[in-house]
Design a protein. Sequence first.
Length: 97
Amino acid sequence: MLLGWLKEYSKKTPPSTGVEDGGWRNDQHVFKWLTSDRSEIKQKLASLRQNTIAERAKSLALEDTAVWSSIILETINSLPAEQRQQIAQQLIKGVHK
């Protein structure tokens, strides 16, 4: 995955050497990518983490829906009122799709 991200970056900023592997073996190029694209990499990692958690949660929810609905309610009820209302509205919209 990282190699793919580096190759995307390398299309915009080609490495001086190691063009065939996106500059993966060019330490200076990789360092430049990691430092200059830091916010984009963080964003991609956060998205990856969120997707992984969501997939795990879906999998667990399908194993025991009664437990899952109990967890959802407990979690929502532990939030401040404004957040509870926002989540309730999102759930209602999502259920009616």
